[in-house]
Design a binder for this molecule. Structure first.
Ligand code: NAP
Length: 296
């Protein structure tokens, strides 16, 4: 496709927090759409979208933004999906593409797909990029550069629609992988959801210690705790939704994690240095692999 030709006529972004506003900035920067329509829950966010100059029109009603759109990108917490899908369905034109950026993929077909009329193409997606910050001011056009974006369309989905969403993320600087939604959710349970749950646990355990110890925790946080506090500062609503949406995969991986943790606990109790060292050598090799894959 010619780089000068916009990919889309009208794009509707439902939700313009960290992820939605970052995508809006990319679309604006590279002129990927002729019109960017933005919907959010509060006027404050719509005003920010206007002030930051990435919205051509704004509305508190997602159906108003979605009317006549070639692409509707849902960028809200996942608990809002079903209601948004019901609201936009009557406004969608034939041939429109509906996509999203949610961190769990299996529920999208159920919460969004079922509400969509025939002739509308659903191409769920998940950019593996983000920060612990939220809101339209936190976004940046560079957020997706050098990162993966995973698409999970059903096998029967229109290939042209998948190609258009692929091209959008390519222009954002991402590398695209296409996979089954359930497979995505199992992989992300270990690479993202479990680490967040562990971080939330560690930081909450520390927070519940007595006040004097707590001040020492902050003081000496550079010894490891600090990195967990960054992850545990992630958006509470978004992460509540992720754990509730990916329940089965998270519980399965948590079971395995508990078993491995118990094995390490036993090794410490029994003074089994060999087991500890072997484990830590294996994990160090994984880190080298992450660096080699440029994901560090
Ligand atoms: P965010 O910064 O909190 O922004 C959420 C946006 O959704 C806000 O604009 C909010 O509007 C809007 N919204 C909430 N409920 C709505 C509703 N019922 N109708 C219309 N708009 C509504 O969130 P985010 O970090 O961008 O995350 C958005 C999605 O991206 C989530 O599904 C998350 O799983 C996924 N994701 C996040 C990351 C990350 O690191 N943050 C990474 C990858 C994927 P108001 O401001 O007006 O309330």
């Amino acid at each position: 496709m010619n780089a000068a030709t916009p990919l889309f006529g009208r794009v509707a972004l439902i939700g313009v927090g960290l992820i939605g506003s970052s995508l809006a900035r990319v679309i604006r920067r590279d002129r990927l759409a002729r019109h960017i329509a933005v919907a959010a829950r509060t006027q404050r966010t719509l005003d920010a979208a206007t002030r930051l100059k990435f919205a051509d029109s704004t509305s508190l009603d997602p159906a108003v933004a979605a009317r006549g759109a070639d692409l509707v990108m849902i960028c809200t917490p996942m608990s809002a999906y079903a209601e948004i899908a019901r609201a936009i369905a009557p406004a969608l034109k034939a041939g429109a593409i509906v996509s999203d950026v949610g961190s769990v993929k299996a529920p999208v077909a159920r919460d969004v797909g079922r509400a969509l009329p025939d002739g509308v193409h659903l191409v769920p997606g998940h950019p593996i990029a983000g920060t612990e910050h939220s809101g339209p001011e936190a976004g940046s056009a560079e957020l997706f550069e050098g990162r993966w974006c995973i698409l999970t369309p059903a096998a029967k989905t229109d290939k042209g629609a998948v190609e258009k969403v692929t091209e959008l993320w390519r222009r954002a600087g991402s590398t695209i992988a296409v996979m089954d939604a359930l497979h995505h959710d199992r992989v992300l349970a270990i690479t993202s959801h479990l680490p967040h749950l562990i971080a939330y646990t560690i930081v909450d355990t520390a927070a519940q210690l007595e006040k004097d110890v707590q001040s020492e925790v902050i003081k000496f946080s550079a010894s490891g705790f600090r990195d967990f506090t960054r992850i545990a500062a992630s958006d509470p609503v978004m992460w509540r939704d992720i754990f509730l949406s990916n329940r089965e995969a998270v519980l399965e991986i948590l079971q395995r994690f508990n078993e491995d943790l118990t094995a390490l606990q036993r090794a410490i109790r029994q003074g089994d240095g060999k087991m500890l060292e072997e484990t830590f050598r294996r994990t160090r090799a994984i880190r080298k692999g992450v660096i080699a894959a440029k994901q560090a």
